[in-house]
Design a protein. Sequence first.
Length: 234
Amino acid sequence: MSARYAVYYAPPQDGALWRKASAWLGRDAYTGERLIRPALAGLEGMDLDALTADPSGYGFHATLKAPFELAEGVFETELLSFAQDFAADRAAFEARISPQALGAFLAFRLVGPSPEMSALAADCVRAFDPFRAPLSSFDLARRRRAPLTPEQDRRLVQWGYPYVFGDFRFHMTLTRSIHDEALRTRVLHALTAYLAAETGAHRFDGLAVFKQSDRAAPFVIIERFGFSRTNVEA
């Protein structure tokens, strides 16, 4: 299988949210280096490598355009050039975020609705689709292991990912699925305390192109592009 790319929201590398969340996950997707995990009260003796294995491999992010192989005849340089132009035509915005449960796993989520985030995600799904190769039979089967509605299955085939548009849920994953409710609550309390200073209003000011060289490799950030457009009130 070929390399895969993804368009994700990732906080700036020099920001506290990126540093602390990446330390929790044990890996920095900008540099690829392993990080020393923080010792959080209440989680003593817990296997944090197992707890964060999946999100660590992807890097701290929120999905805007899910992982894809490049379409035939498309090159990485073209994807990056398009991403730069796309970002330059968007304006930064703020929305409130906090650590929350999303089903069985924990993630940074929006505190309330954000039309700007919904619009950004929908625009990324559409705008970057010409760069995406159709899903292989392997990837279709893998996605279909989850129960999908007929509409989600249609979107999977058309857009390469089932949870887009009305099914989009902004989340920056912090753990694997934790099916034990008491344990999930315990971990959430620890993360809420650890990330308290990064909870609340967050400035979304760019997007990043991630790359996975092969299916066994972690995702790394090739480049992050800042939003450049300034909103001018009439």
